[in-house]
Write a protein that binds this ligand. Structure first.
Ligand code: EPZ
Length: 422
């Protein structure tokens, strides 16, 4: 096991390039199941994307993943199963269910199991796939889904917008017979990226990025040949690093149009953020930030995946910030670790009250989930003395070469072996 050692108090300077999006890559990788062949560029080299590739390989697809390019080819015999051993390490494996069902008429996918940030059931996915004609049963921890002939288009209304549910349905519907309409769909940019990859391979989709998506099924798709969008949450995370550590950086390959809610809140707090062009921004911290409230919402509202990083910045702001988490019921685990660094935060249900302090002081802290760990890096970059972050495998699920990128901006961060029993 490894840990990060961070010596804080150094301002950041220079330029950083954003990697491909984890949350766009994952559904696009599973969309390869729908075709005979796929070539996907700009796929970040992460624990999660490698798990998705391992799942396809385990199903019998030929795969080659090098230098952020993934090739996938269908082979004769495909096992339409997603095993517990792989699924338990990555919930997004559930996104193989729709494509397997649509392409092969059957799928056996392990139930995802628990998650640190909330219960995260998949009931909306199963209910919607049943409406397309799938027979679904749950047995010994596995979802068994079958359909006689092709899935059939239908009207789906989600009880509430779900990113994964919308993606699973979209992938199932592109090969279904007839038209599917998804109402109260999620509007996240990663869904638009998936739809663009499918449309390039011959799918008929309208309304992606709105709350109503219409899909007219086709018999088959041609090769998926697509370049994944940059990671908007990674871009937002680097903005939070300037908000805590200070300095001035340029972010390249920044999907600016997809992070406006994040940029707006950091500007409100006092950061200077300048758009140089559609994919390049400059960020500068001049003086202490001021307390700013956020409420996480579905897109285009403030993303829940940036809540923890924003909280780290508010720990050093002037005044009291109110941070409300409305998407996941257990996404404040970073609070106890930030308290270890000297922050002043109280929790009341889904609301955190953050009183800004003069400074944070380095300590040993534990990563609990992907974005919580990013907030500990943000806090450690500002804290006096040394911060040691344990269980950084959480970070490596979603950030490509994080410590190297930070070192190139002048941060003192090192990845070293953690002493037992961590
Ligand atoms: C996606 O998760 C992202 N993951 C998450 O990012 C992100 O936090 C989330 O969307 C919200 O933006 C990927 O894209 C791989 P949802 P997903 O279905 O699809 C409830 C990260 O840090 N719900 O939109 O699982 C659910 O419990 C990760 O990169 C049901 O009740 O999110 C939650 O409260 C973390 N039943 C809400 O809806 C269902 O069947 C939104 O979940 C489905 C969801």
């Amino acid at each position: 096991m490894y840990k990060f050692i961070i010596k804080g108090g150094k301002e950041l300077k220079g330029t950083v390039k954003i990697s491909g999006s984890k949350n766009a890559s994952l559904p696009i990788i599973f969309a390869a199941i729908l075709t005979k062949e796929a070539q996907i560029e700009n796929v970040p080299n992460l624990r999660d994307t490698r798990t998705a590739v391992a799942l396809l390989k385990d199903m019998g697809f030929e795969t080659c993943f090098e230098k952020n390019t993934l090739f996938v080819r269908e082979k004769e015999k495909i096992k339409t199963e997603a095993d517990y051993e792989l699924v338990r390490t990555m919930r997004a494996s559930i996104l193989s269910l729709g494509p397997l069902l649509a392409k092969y008429g059957k799928a056996k996918v392990s139930l995802p199991g628990g998650c640190a940030i909330g219960a995260r059931p998949i009931n909306f996915h199963l209910k919607a796939l049943s409406k397309l004609g799938a027979e679904i049963s749950i047995d010994h921890g596995y979802i068994n889904a079958t359909v006689k002939g092709r899935l059939k288009g239908a009207e789906i209304v989600f009880d509430k917008p779900t990113v994964g549910g919308t993606e699973n349905l979209l992938m199932a519907a592109v090969l279904a017979k007839g038209k599917t309409v998804i109402k109260n769909a999620a509007k996240e940019p990663e869904i638009v990226d998936l739809a663009n990859a499918l449309k390039k391979a011959g799918a008929i989709i309208e309304g992606e990025g709105t709350d109503t998506i219409e899909i007219t099924g086709v018999e088959e798709l041609s090769k998926i040949d697509y370049t994944v969008m940059p990671d908007r949450i990674e871009a937002g995370t680097f903005i939070s690093f300037i908000a805590t550590a200070g300095g001035e950086i340029t972010i390249e390959d920044c999907p600016y149009d997809t992070i406006e809610a994040v940029v707006q809140k950091f500007k409100e707090a006092g950061l200077t953020i300048e758009k140089l062009n559609n994919v390049t921004i400059k960020i500068k911290k001049e003086g202490k930030l001021k307390a700013t409230d956020i409420t996480t919402q579905v897109y285009p509202g403030f993303p829940t995946d940036m809540q923890a990083q924003f909280m780290a910045a508010m720990c050093l702001a002037e005044g009291v910030s109110i941070i409300k988490e409305t998407i996941f019921e257990n996404r404040f685990q970073h609070v106890l670790e930030l308290l270890r660094l000297g922050a002043n935060i109280t929790i009341d249900g889904n609301t955190a009250i953050v009183k800004g302090v003069e400074k944070l002081i380095g300590a040993k802290v534990m990563a609990t989930d992907l974005r919580a760990s990013a907030s500990l890096v943000a806090a450690g970059l500002a804290a006096e003395n040394t911060t040691e972050i344990y269980r950084i495998y959480h970070l490596e699920r979603g950030y490509e070469n994080l410590e190297k990128k930070l070192q190139s901006l002048g941060a003192y961060i090192e990845k070293v072996k953690a002493e037992k029993p961590f």
